[in-house]
Design a protein around this ligand. Structure first.
Ligand SMILES: *Cc1c(COP(=O)(O)O)cnc(C)c1O
Length: 355
């Protein structure tokens, strides 16, 4: 079971130059794959050349979206070693998402050792330029050919790797965000807490409508009253109001980010007052009016920290910190990326070196 069979590619692909790197368009030479069959469990863990999948057109994943994914990164340190950032948290979350989608649990240790082995095989693909990294995309698909609405009997767990460029080409820059008053991302009791395809499919419409008006993303409000702030795009969100740093408390519809958790720990470590609590858009607007809205930013693996320069809400433009990156955002971005790339002390032992 714990054996991972390796078949190496005969021909290796040409690696891109650092300046050609975008997000998620280029993939490495190999992939990990493991099958699940009802009655047999997970089996045939293997690393094979990167290749298309062959699936029955009736596979459940295509029709009912029984699927989950993860997103994490590997970074090259100044000494040329490769490090992961809190990967065990991603494996735990993968299984939480699996549970919500009725997908069988995966051995977290096996999944992590598969990821490490895959990265060490494709180690040459870990980019080293400032701001670049190797994005890791583990995911599970339901493969049983069946049009009835029921959990699949068969699955595949797959890991692919993509070298990605610097999220911010000219350093970290604040973005314009539109508060979303019509569409909602998720509701408590739904699947918002799980990293599952449907949440992202349902977010596209709102994103497309605001992109036409020049906004980078939407700020999602709660699905019931459209009053409480939940997330920004596919990132968690933080506000600094009168010295207090606030992030919406986990409520069943918010995705629990590893970056969110790390930001909270770092801020506490530095002595900032941090609170996970409900926060309304009205409170943010009042703080803006009385001059106490100091900073706002999103947090997530892809961008790490994304400052919010402006919020459009009910015809008002709420400009935050003169649309400049705030002190806390800058500090968090610098330290978090520093820890991830091995350039800063790692006081919480968050990074894991791949031998
Ligand atoms: C993945 C994700 C996040 C951020 O999670 P990280 O673990 O920090 O990358 C936040 N919100 C949504 C909806 C997400 O899918």
């Amino acid at each position: 079971m714990n054996e991972i069979k390796v078949t190496l590619a005969d021909q290796l692909k040409q690696k891109p130059l650092a300046e050609q790197l975008e997000f998620g368009r280029i993939f490495t030479d190999h992939m990990f794959i493991m099958d699940y069959t009802a009655g047999k469990g997970w089996h045939d863990a293997r690393i094979i050349p990167y290749q298309p999948l062959v699936l029955d057109p009736a596979a459940i994943v295509f029709h009912y979206g029984q699927t989950v994914f993860e997103g994490m990164k590997a970074y090259e340190t100044p000494e040329g070693k490769v490090r992961l950032f809190r990967p065990e948290k991603n494996m735990q979350r993968l299984n939480k998402s699996n549970d919500r989608l009725c997908i069988p649990q995966i051995d977290e240790k096996l999944a992590l050792s598969a990821i490490k082995k895959l990265i060490s095989i494709d180690k040459e693909w870990v980019p080293s330029a400032e701001g670049t990294s190797l994005y890791i995309r583990p995911f599970v698909i339901s493969t049983e050919p069946y049009l009835g609405v029921a959990p699949s009997k068969n699955y595949q767990f797959i890991v692919i790797l993509a070298p990605v460029g610097a999220y911010y080409k000219e350093g970290i820059n604040p973005v314009k965000i539109a508060v979303e008053n019509q569409f909602v991302r998720a509701v408590a009791g739904g699947t918002g807490e799980a990293k599952t395809a449907g949440n992202y499919a349902s977010s596209l419409k709102a994103q497309e409508l605001v992109a036409d008006k020049g906004y980078a993303q939407v700020l999602w409000l709660d699905g019931l009253e459209k009053k409480y702030i939940e997330e920004v795009g596919s990132m968690n969100v933080f506000f600094k109001i009168d010295g207090e740093i606030i992030t919406p408390a986990l409520n069943g519809s918010i995705l629990e980010g590893v970056t969110r958790n790390s930001v909270i720990s770092l801020l506490k470590h530095w002595g900032y007052p941090v609170n996970e609590r409900k926060i309304t858009m009205d409170e943010v607007y009042q703080a803006h009016k009385n001059g106490t809205l100091e900073e706002a930013f999103g947090s997530g693996t892809a961008a790490v920290i994304s400052p919010i320069g402006e919020l459009a809400w009910r015809g008002e433009n709420i400009v935050i910190n003169e649309s400049k990156t705030g002190f806390v955002s800058k500090q968090l971005y610098g330290i978090l990326t520093g820890i991830q790339t091995g350039k800063e002390e790692d006081p919480f032992n968050w990074t894991v070196e791949i031998e």
